[in-house]
Design a protein around this ligand. Structure first.
Ligand code: ATP
Ligand code: MG
Length: 742
């Protein structure tokens, strides 16, 4: 056990001062790698050791499950009784609170949490008969509306009062009605979504002060990491929690705010002093993470942002290796370059676990995986299509949800035909209609199918009986046993067996699911809380991927010897001795969408800054001159950010040898061997008078005015995606579209 003095001696004076902060509000604002998270953890240890605060009175909120797990581990080394600390994400804190007290605000006990896909399935259905919706409107638009509203704590009525004519490309009235119906349907099936985990907790706190008070006893000292990425709803949740004892310490870096698209409000950190007038502000200015050359590059980049608080960030480390940049001919040779460099780093003595490849979009991971596999380099992907996103896993979990909650129509629709059991689309439509007319579940309609269907009623009745037998197993079995019951009893196994090799892989995944449930149960028991299948489903919905859980399981926290692949968003807060950032191209980094959004470029620059500052000693940037995107190969342009960074890195060829790129060649660079067919001079697209790049304002004879969001293809196959002011999103062939610029 360390004394309080020992503790603080492991920090620099500025960090030690912040870590010794006792009561009242405090803000630690500092750049990347300056020890904010470290200081937060030491502060918790210091509270316990110096001030006798009980671990049961301390809450620490992080952004991802992975970060929470890491924090728990770091705290475990410092603090006795660290197991009693409440360390979680906002979302898992919400689950815990709502499971315990949700009934006070009318939440059903067995509520289910819809993940992104469940939500989209429901939205698709809702959009199908929503007035004012064009044939090619996308349910994702409605999801964006709902995300936006909920992250601001707006009800449908609040949204109706917003001054905007269009919300996420939908006319306001349509957006509001869609949101309203969505809420109605979710309530009907007893489901909530991720945003609700925060929104409903806020409601609960507002409406039932006794509950708030009880939670406040468990959170007398509150810590929030990555505060720059909190949205309005999370801000309000924090404010309510801290309102009694006012012991709130938040840490953050406005330059790393990267979730504006999900409603994060950088203003929350900038306004902290206004909200808490007696707040102490602590600044940390020494970067311990990165070599001086990496840090110089990061600083050089972020200086280009105009909306920012100036702050100092000095390197503690020496210059070390120069940052390298490689421009490959296409995405495949880019991936090969990365794999090749990794082999060399490994030969030089680096563990693979110390290496990360970061990209802008999950779609970039496949080619990288292939190149790594060719060189036998083990890799693990964080996020993306994780274990719990796989079809067979979601199917079995949907069976489980339906067994727990017979009202879950989305789950029913998912699995009624898997395996096929003679209930066709038409029969299902009739059953759904009958159910809607009587305000009962579709499963109930199945049970009564003799009254609904002329033919094949027995199939539906059988299905209802099967589900009833599963429902009876909910209480009777532990989670792993229950899952096995579903997998075998549903006929799913036979279906997969008939699918050959692919089915075999899926079967193995289901086996893995049972193992995961078993491990999970054991963990619950170790914490003294016997978990039910419903609890397991909650955790499954929240887990980014089982790859995480698996790594934890197999390695007990020791980094596994595999390269980590993830998006820059997911890399927040982490660090690696060697980092590759791939795809430094216009349209990818910065992303296409960011080009047309207010503040979009600055947000992308912050994202790139987050990526760069993950690197401790080695950093490689790469770009591909030709890239396959959306099924088409197109020539790319170097990212504008590379231009801003010129001089801060060494350009290298595919062998890692320094090469001389002319300054003037940035951005104008064109490949000598075009992979894609060159754009033909095509008279009809010439009449449009534009070579579209994205961002242009255009006018269409029928759809009116709008803005070009994306361009793909060449010559007479060139297509543009246009967001029209009133007609919504349309994908048009330039040759026929007759667009005029405005
Ligand atoms: P980010 O903004 O990326 O979240 P951060 O400010 O939270 O970064 P940490 O992750 O806490 O930074 O620290 C970065 C690295 O520097 C860690 O490896 C940490 O252990 C190390 N570090 C921080 N402060 C010190 C110190 N005083 N002595 C030694 N190492 C330190
Ligand atoms: Mg941190």
């Amino acid at each position: 056990m360390k004394t309080a003095q020992d503790l603080l001696s492991q920090l620099n004076p500025a960090q030690a001062e912040a870590a010794a902060h006792f009561t009242g509000p405090a803000l630690v604002v500092a750049g990347a790698g300056s020890g904010k998270t470290r200081t937060l953890i030491y502060r918790i240890a210091h509270l316990i050791q110096e001030h006798g605060v009980e671990p049961e009175e301390i809450l620490a909120v992080t952004f991802t499950n992975k970060a929470a797990a890491e924090m728990r581990e770091r705290a475990g080394h410092l603090i006795e009784g660290a197991g009693e600390l409440w360390m979680s994400t906002f979302h898992s804190a919400g689950v815990r609170i709502l499971r315990a007290y949700g009934e006070y605000i009318g939440l059903k006990r067995g509520f289910v949490i819809y993940d992104d896909d469940d939500q989209l399935d429901l939205l698709k259905e809702i959009m199908g008969n929503l007035p004012g919706v064009g044939p090619d409107a996308n349910p994702r638009q409605l999801r964006a509306v709902i995300d936006r509203a909920k992250s601001n704590l707006w009800t449908p009525d609040d949204l109706a009062r917003s001054g905007e004519d269009f919300i996420a490309g939908l006319p306001r009235a349509t957006a509001v009605e869609g949101y309203r119906r969505y809420q109605g349907r979710m309530k009907g099936v007893g489901a909530i979504d991720f945003n609700d985990l925060i929104v409903l907790t806020v409601h609960l706190f507002q409406e039932v002060p006794a509950v708030l008070n009880k939670i406040q006893d468990r959170a007398r000292f509150i810590h929030i990491d990555e505060y720059q990425d909190t949205n309005r709803a999370q801000y309000e949740l924090t404010r309510l929690l801290a309102s009694r004892d006012r012991n709130l310490l938040v840490v953050g870096d406005p330059d790393q705010s990267i979730y504006k698209f999900r409603g994060a409000d950088i203003q929350n950190i900038l306004d902290f002093q206004k909200d808490y007038r007696d707040a102490r502000i602590y600044r940390l200015e020494d970067n311990y993470r990165s070599s001086a050359s990496v840090l110089a590059l990061a600083n050089k980049l972020i200086e280009n942002n105009t909306e920012r608080l100036e702050k100092t960030l000095r390197p503690v480390k020496q210059s070390g290796e120069a940052v390298r940049f490689h421009r490959a001919i296409d995405h495949r040779s880019e991936a090969d370059f990365v794999a090749d460099r990794i082999t060399r780093l490994h030969a030089e003595g680096l563990n693979l676990g110390q290496i990360a490849i970061l990209y802008r979009t999950n779609a970039q991971s496949r080619v990288l995986e292939e190149s790594l596999r060719r060189l036998n380099i083990p890799a693990k992907i964080v996020g993306g299509v994780g274990f719990y996103d796989r079809r067979e896993i979601k199917d079995i979990l949907a069976y489980a949800r339906l067994a727990i909650n017979p009202g879950d129509d989305v789950a029913l629709r998912r699995i009624v035909g898997r395996p096929r059991r003679g209930i066709g689309d038409q029969a299902l439509a009739k059953l759904a209609e009958w159910a809607a007319a009587r305000s009962v579940s579709i499963l109930e309609a199945c049970a009564q199918a003799e009254e609904v269907l002329e033919r094949g009623a027995n199939k539906a009745v059988e299905f209802a009986a099967l589900m009833t037998s599963f429902s009876e197993g909910v209480e009777a079995y532990p989670p792993q046993g229950f899952l096995r019951l579903l997998i075998e009893g549903s006929g799913y196994v036979e279906m997969l067996r008939a699918e050959g090799t692919e089915g075999q892989v899926r079967l193995e995944n289901l086996e893995e699911l049972v193992v995961a449930a078993e491990e999970w149960s054991r963990e619950q028991e170790a914490h003294g809380s016997g978990g039910t299948i419903a609890d397991f489903l909650d955790d499954a919905a929240l887990l980014a991927s089982v790859d995480d859980a698996k790594t934890r399981r197999e390695n007990n926290g020791v980094p596994e010897d595999a390269v980590t692949l993830m998006t820059m968003h997911n890399a927040k807060g982490l660090e690696f001795p060697a980092v590759f950032i791939v795809g430094a191209e216009e349209g990818l980094l910065p992303s296409k969408n960011s080009l047309v959004e207010a503040g979009g470029i600055e947000e992308e620059r912050r994202l790139f800054y987050v990526g760069i500052t993950r690197a401790m000693d080695r950093l490689y940037l790469t770009a591909a001159q030709n890239r396959m995107m959306y099924g088409k190969t197109a020539t790319t342009e170097d990212s504008r950010f590379l231009e801003e960074l010129e001089g801060g890195f060494v350009p290298v060829d595919q062998f890692g040898q320094e090469v001389d790129y002319k300054k003037s060649s940035w951005r104008q660079y064109r490949p000598t061997v075009p992979v894609a067919p060159p754009a033909r001079k095509d008279t009809s697209s010439m009449t449009a008078g534009m070579a579209y790049k994205g961002g242009e304002r255009v006018k269409h004879p029928k759809f009116g005015e709008g803005r070009v969001l994306a361009v793909s293809g060449f010559g007479d196959k060139q297509e543009v995606t246009v967001s029209f002011n009133s007609a919504g999103m349309k994908k048009l062939l330039v040759r026929f579209a007759n667009l005029q610029s405005v």
